[in-house]
Every structure is written in structure tokens, then in C-alpha cells.
Design a protein around this ligand. Structure first.
Ligand SMILES: [Zn+2]
Ligand SMILES: [Zn+2]
Length: 115
């Protein structure tokens, strides 16, 4: 199999929530997974946009949706959706997990905080 730059199928995701939001007590709209190192970060609609911040800080160029039922990859290099292989499981956050999430940390006026 030809490997794609920015994608490592042998690395598991870091967890079930955004690494930085979980550390800071923050919340997110949707989750993205770095296809190279497994970092879970929050999407660009989220208040803190940690997935994109991670890509900028590390030079890792590809994220995959970490939402149940979504299997698209996004290349920051080309600003386009790309095809990618099956990554190390799990492929998404638990389906029962709230979005926006996590439950208990989303303010009632969350819609005024998103991008
Ligand atoms: Zn975050
Ligand atoms: Zn990464």
C-alpha cells in the first residue's frame, strides 16, 4: 500500500475528547483527529479551534473527522478534502457522546461562542 504523507495508520487516537479542551475544561462542537500523530482536537467551529492550532504548531498536514459516520480527510496543505486509509481504531468518538460536548461543559449560550 502506498502511504500518504501526513498519515500514519499505526497510531491510535489520543482519547475521546479534544486534548487541550479536556486539559483546560473547555468544550467543542466537533472533533478532528490528526492523521499523523492521533491528536484529537476541536474543529474550526469550536471556540478554541485546537485541531487547526495543532496542525500549525506541528506541521502535521492531514486531519480526519472523529465524528461517528464521517470518514473524510482534510489536507491543510492543499485546503481540500482527500481520500485516506482506515486509521487505527477507534475511527470516531463514542456515538453516545454529546455534540457539542462534552456533556456538562457546554454553556447554555454555546451558539454565540462558535465560529
Ligand atoms: Zn479544543
Ligand atoms: Zn499531529
Amino acid at each position: 500500500m502506498v502511504s500518504t504523507p501526513g498519515i500514519d495508520v499505526s497510531v491510535p487516537p489520543t482519547g475521546e475528547g479534544c486534548v487541550e479542551c479536556d486539559a483546560a475544561g473547555g468544550w467543542w462542537v466537533h472533533l478532528r483527529r490528526c492523521a499523523q500523530c492521533g491528536h484529537i482536537g476541536c474543529c474550526d467551529s469550536s471556540p478554541a479551534q485546537h485541531a487547526t492550532a495543532h496542525a500549525r504548531a506541528t506541521g502535521h498536514t492531514v486531519v480526519r473527522s472523529f465524528e461517528p459516520g464521517e470518514d473524510w480527510f482534510w489536507s491543510y496543505e492543499t485546503s481540500s478534502f482527500i481520500d485516506g486509509p482506515e486509521l487505527f481504531p477507534p475511527a470516531s468518538r463514542p456515538a453516545g457522546q454529546a455534540a457539542p460536548g462534552p456533556a456538562g461543559r457546554v454553556p447554555s449560550d454555546w451558539e454565540s461562542h462558535i465560529h
